[in-house]
Design a protein. Structure first.
Length: 218
């Protein structure tokens, strides 16, 4: 009986520890996307949490169930990153695993696997918009409030992807200027894109000639 009790206690400890680590990861990703000061890549996901408080809250059941969804912690991290990058600001529905959250994760993975093609498609949309409206991309990137850059409006309207903004910014830095120039009205949206930069993986050798050709056609 004593042996069975010890095994049960060990199992409960492992379940609790897994739930607490899932909770810590959720808080770290949330802080990364919602705070200018916290950078998950620099802090390596470290956050201050109280195990004793967690033990006496219903969160331990919620986050244990959440951890059950994933094969490993990397998959869990990508799920959280996808949802915060696509706009689920601090929403615990992410943890409940709604259909919207699951779709965000699927879309994130789809884009990660087709990054170069999506970039090309989005640049075609951008070029068409700017040519149709006889606009300069350079002046648009340097826009200051109250003018909202057309490129940013294309993103807000879901005509182009967050990933394309990140890749463009890698080739021609502008997101940090937008954060400074566009005021507080769009600060959350711009921060979201900036904070997603470390997680948008693309092959610069492939995107460089695409970007150069895009600029030359203006």
């Amino acid at each position: 009986m004593l042996q069975n009790s010890t095994i049960s206690q060990n199992k409960q400890h492992l379940i609790f520890d897994r739930a607490h680590k899932a909770y810590q990861m959720y808080l770290a990703v949330k802080l990364h996307f919602m705070s200018d000061k916290y950078d998950i890549t620099k802090h390596r996901g470290r956050v201050m949490t109280s195990k004793s408080s967690f033990a006496y809250s219903n969160k331990k059941f919620l986050f244990n169930k959440f951890a059950d969804k994933f094969d490993n912690k990397q998959q869990m991290a990508q799920y959280l990153i996808a949802n915060f990058a696509y706009g689920a600001w601090g929403n615990t529905d992410i943890v409940y695993g709604t259909s919207e959250s699951d779709e965000n994760f699927k879309e994130w993975n789809r884009r990660q696997q087709s990054m170069t093609q999506i970039f090309k498609q989005d640049l075609s949309k951008i070029r068409l918009h700017f040519e149709t409206n006889n606009m300069s991309l350079e002046s648009d990137l340097d826009a200051k409030f109250p003018r909202v850059p057309d490129l940013f409006q294309l993103y807000l309207g879901k005509h182009i992807t967050l990933e394309t903004l990140v890749i463009l910014d890698n080739h021609h830095s502008f997101l940090d200027n937008w954060k400074t120039n566009l005021g507080s009205l769009f600060s959350d949206e711009i921060r979201r894109v900036i904070k997603a930069r470390p997680f948008v993986k693309f092959d610069r050798i492939k995107t460089e000639p695409i970007y150069v050709g895009f600029i030359q056609e203006f």
